[in-house]
Design a protein around this ligand. Structure first.
Ligand SMILES: NC(=O)c1ccc[n+]([C@@H]2O[C@H](COP(=O)([O-])OP(=O)(O)OC[C@H]3O[C@@H](n4cnc5c(N)ncnc54)[C@H](O)[C@@H]3O)[C@@H](O)[C@H]2O)c1
Length: 406
């Protein structure tokens, strides 16, 4: 017997996941939820969804969805809503998937409080929380995770990660913001943010740092202990940045494994479109191996002074990706090409092809009642790193400790 899933938030991003969840062979039924009924109807009436979605499983509020018999809920709503909604789902006795990040709010203490509340709810309810971070299922992260598990890097020395998304990039942040702050839920944002602004609280791109930080931290399975950061403010009075004290932040973290990690979060920057590898990526260097772009370079040094040989390997995206069970892969192919045959290659889409892997790993976690592949402790740590970097940047690079949580 398969599982029953609910999906709340069928906006621009949630729409990219509905068919993948429907296609997964371990999903028997999907309940759809958006407070804008036409967004639900679009999927209810889509022939691809037939057999797993019905009118009685369509909802206009998360409250109703939480009262239903679903085993788990996927939350892909506006980023300032994630944490309270995830907590509501856990308290209803269901597993939960959260779009990134944990939550965006200009008050760092509140961000941490939400993370702690969710961690307590996971413990209390025995239900799991998974953060849906796309970078963690990019092909580069998958291969590095496998290489690290085999000890191929040796001792880690240094890593660098960046997310460079200019405000006027083709995936235009002015437009994204407009969509998220209009409509039934979005239009409540102005009232929600006003008290923070009146307290003089501002943000920086480190308030949403998961795409740059998560790859290296997840691969090295370590934690950041302290940071020194530098911020660049906006200087041309761009109204988009009126709530930002910095539009570009560069941070150097000291890690618990002894290595250094340089992170850039840039929103006002002359660089290319976001899905190109050099705009959302990382590099990792160890004493025996290093990964840059799609190349792994390694030496076989073991005894000092003994002749060392060097090898390099260039990987294709397909080689870097983890394997999916064949029955899952066949169904996912049909999402992208309804006429796909078993001989056709699988070409996953969305943020480096990460979307089907996020879907599979969440469904597997729920079906097997297994541990979360990206648990709340990791989600909270990413936020604590961004918060510490902001504090340091506001103090002109002073070294700041990263708050730790078990
Ligand atoms: N690479 C990535 O991981 C990545 C990329 C894009 C977006 N995202 C995340 O995905 C999330 C969604 O982004 P988007 O662009 O789709 O936003 P969006 O505004 O287009 O969609 C959000 C939807 O959620 C619905 N909603 C909110 N609260 C609800 C409730 N209580 N009940 C029913 N419906 C509710 C809204 O009506 C809206 O349709 C964001 O938080 C963003 O951070 C992540």
């Amino acid at each position: 017997m398969g599982i029953k899933l609910g999906l709340v938030g069928l906006g621009s991003f949630g729409s990219q996941f509905a068919k993948l969840f429907k296609a997964h062979p371990l999903v028997d039924k999907i309940a759809l939820c958006d407070c804008e009924a036409e967004k639900v109807k679009k999927f209810l009436n889509d022939p691809f969804m037939a057999g797993k979605v019905s009118e009685k499983d369509c909802y206009e509020s998360l409250d109703e969805l939480c009262k239903s018999d679903v085993d788990a809920v996927v939350v892909i709503t506006q980023p300032w809503l994630h944490a309270p909604q995830c907590l509501q789902v856990l308290n209803a006795g269901k597993h939960v998937y959260s779009a990134v990040p944990l939550i965006t709010l200009p008050d760092p203490d509140e961000v941490i409080d939400w993370g702690v509340k969710i961690a307590e709810a996971v413990k209390r309810t025995g239900r799991q929380y998974m953060l849906g971070e796309t970078t963690i299922y990019r092909p580069q992260t998958m291969i590095c995770r496998r290489l690290a598990a085999q000890g191929k890097f040796g001792e880690f020395v240094y890593a660098e990660g960046e997310y460079t998304h200019d405000v006027d990039n083709p995936c235009n942040l002015r437009e994204v913001n407009k969509t998220r702050t209009t409509g039934k839920v979005g239009e409540q944002f102005a009232a929600l943010i006003a008290p923070y602004l009146s307290r003089g609280l501002k943000t920086t791109p480190m308030g949403y740092p998961t795409h740059s930080i998560s790859g290296p931290i997840h691969v090295m399975q370590t934690r950041a202990v302290s940071v020194s950061a530098i911020g660049m403010p906006n200087t041309n009075h761009d109204p988009f940045f009126k709530w930002y004290d910095f539009t570009d932040v560069t941070a150097l973290f000291k890690l618990a494994n002894g290595a250094a990690l340089r992170i850039c979060e840039f929103r006002e920057i002359g660089t290319e479109s976001i899905d190109l590898l050099n705009a959302e990526t990382f590099r990792i260097f160890g004493k025996n191996g290093s990964f840059t772009r799609n190349r792994f370079l390694e030496n076989d040094r073991s005894i000092p002074g003994k002749k060392v040989t060097w090898n390099h390997q260039d990987f294709t995206d397909a080689e870097m990706r983890d394997e999916l069970p064949p029955e899952v892969l066949e169904q996912f192919k049909k999402v992208y090409n309804p006429n796909a045959t078993p001989d056709d290659d699988f070409q996953p889409h969305g943020h480096g092809g990460s979307h089907p892997y996020l879907v599979h790993n969440f469904v597997k976690m729920v079906a097997e009642n297994g541990p979360s592949p990206i648990p709340i402790g990791e989600a909270l740590h990413f936020m604590a790193m961004g918060i510490a970097a902001n504090k340091s940047a506001r103090r002109d690079g002073e070294v700041v400790k990263v708050e730790q949580f078990d």
